[in-house]
Design a protein around this ligand. Structure first.
Ligand code: ZN
Length: 201
């Protein structure tokens, strides 16, 4: 850690709880505008009485500044969760990183009905899900135009956020993969209806 804060914002006071994470890989900043705009759009849509939305602006601020996938220790936060599939072959330990602990503490405190995390992917875009989120992923796909991509079609993702919260703990988790290099403003316009719908549940 280089002392940069990880900022979280909570809006609304409804019974449904949602955690949105604006970034976890520092070189995937395409969701930044969507993250910044989501709280105001949430209020405008009148969701404050239905949902409590917690937005973690960026879980990897050091990586964002450096433009690196991992954090200042060179660790991929999205492989650092204490999931049953954690891979310790590189000598790493689950929850060794402060960023991973902030996310885990936030999710433990909020006990959300849904976790959404923003990423980007080279060459294509899609929505991925873990845990009991098939239906919400299908609706997100219909509203955004991003196809649903099954987790099993990926390379293994040991210790990922989705492995831990989604598959191990049964918290519906959406991983939004927008096209790497796309304009963050365009990303927001494309995702806005789908994000608000997913937040509303
Ligand atoms: Zn990513």
């Amino acid at each position: 850690m280089q002392g940069r804060p990880i900022r979280a914002l909570t809006v609304g006071q409804g019974p449904r709880k949602v955690v949105f994470i604006g970034g976890i890989h520092g070189d995937e900043a395409e969701g930044a505008i969507a993250t910044a705009e989501l709280p105001a759009a949430f209020e405008s849509a009148g969701l404050g009485g239905i949902v409590t939305l917690t937005v973690i602006e960026d879980a990897n601020p050091d990586g964002r500044v450096a433009g690196t996938r991992g954090n200042a220790h060179g660790v991929d936060i999205n492989r650092n969760f204490p999931a049953s599939n954690f891979d310790s072959s590189d000598g790493g330990k689950p929850l060794s990183e402060p960023e991973t602990r902030v996310i885990t503490d936030t999710v433990d405190r909020v006990a959300p009905n849904l976790v959404v995390v923003a990423h980007s992917w080279s060459g294509r875009q899609f929505i991925n899900f873990d845990g009991p989120a098939r239906e919400i992923a299908d609706r997100f796909a219909a509203a955004s135009g991003l196809p649903v991509e099954e987790s099993r079609s990926f390379a293994p993702t040991p210790g990922s956020l989705g492995s831990y919260f989604g598959r191990d703990r049964g918290i519906p988790t959406l991983t939004v993969e927008v096209l790497k290099g796309s304009d963050p403003r365009t990303v927001w316009e494309q995702l806005r209806p789908a994000l608000l719908q997913a937040v509303r549940g």
